[in-house]
Design a binder for this molecule. Structure first.
Ligand SMILES: N[C@@H](CCC(=O)N[C@@H](CS)C(=O)NCC(=O)O)C(=O)O
Length: 205
């Protein structure tokens, strides 16, 4: 097995789905968290595109969180059985990933105590942005348990990681999407994911 090192900040952020995929795959790794103010400025140039997360696989760097999750999924049997299912899974992951900047803005506004802005952004996100996405995701799960084929893949883990955080921010956010909620619960309740959730550092996002 290769030696994995994951580099990010002391946040869940874009590294958390990578950590979930590694946990689900039962892979050991070093979870390196740079301090953004004191360490990151001198470390940035060491990364391929000046961004984190970066996964080092035996010292070879791979950036882009979705690409990292997909790679790990392929390596550890958490991958679709055919090209069409794999592409449909990519579509689901990219759609969820597109929600991230909006969701992050809400958290930033809350952390900065900008209550008005947080409220306005949250209303827009939970009333307008999220529901059509969840509706389509729920349709994708009609007659099936997982997003790509008949077994859990990195796409289910990726979706569950982000959508469980959405549900924590806004109770009931997944209530109208029972099939999506079932995937989120099935992944979140895996013993390896539960173990990680219990042992991970407490961070604001
Ligand atoms: N699409 C990339 C985005 C990477 C990204 O924007 N990372 C941010 C943290 S979430 C970063 O490295 N910021 C530090 C900087 O730009 O100096 C991914 O999903 O990995």
């Amino acid at each position: 097995m290769p030696e994995y090192r994951l580099v990010y900040f002391n946040l869940r952020g874009r590294a958390e789905p990578v950590r979930w995929v590694l946990a689900a795959a039962g892979q050991e790794y070093r979870d390196i968290r740079y301090d953004r103010q004191t360490e990151w400025p001198s470390k940035r140039s060491e990364t391929p595109f000046g961004k984190v997360p970066v996964l080092y696989v035996d010292d070879k760097p791979l950036s882009q969180s979705v690409a990292i999750c997909r790679y790990l999924g392929r390596c550890h049997g958490l991958y679709a059985a055919d090209d069409w299912e794999a592409a449909r899974g990519d579509e689901v992951a990219d759609t969820i990933h597109d929600l991230l900047p909006l969701a992050a803005q809400i958290v930033h506004a809350k952390v900065n105590n900008d209550t008005e802005r947080a409220k306005r952004l949250a209303t827009e996100f939970y009333a307008s942005t999220l529901p059509p996405v969840l509706k389509e995701l729920d349709l994708r799960l009609e007659g099936r348990e997982w997003f790509c084929g008949d077994k859990m893949t990195w796409v289910d883990i990726f979706a569950a990681c982000y959508l469980s955080q959405v549900a924590q921010q806004q109770a009931g956010a997944l209530n109208a999407s029972a099939r999506v909620r079932r995937v989120v619960e099935a992944v979140s309740n895996l013993p390896q994911i539960q173990k990680w959730i219990k042992e991970r550092p407490e961070t604001p996002m």
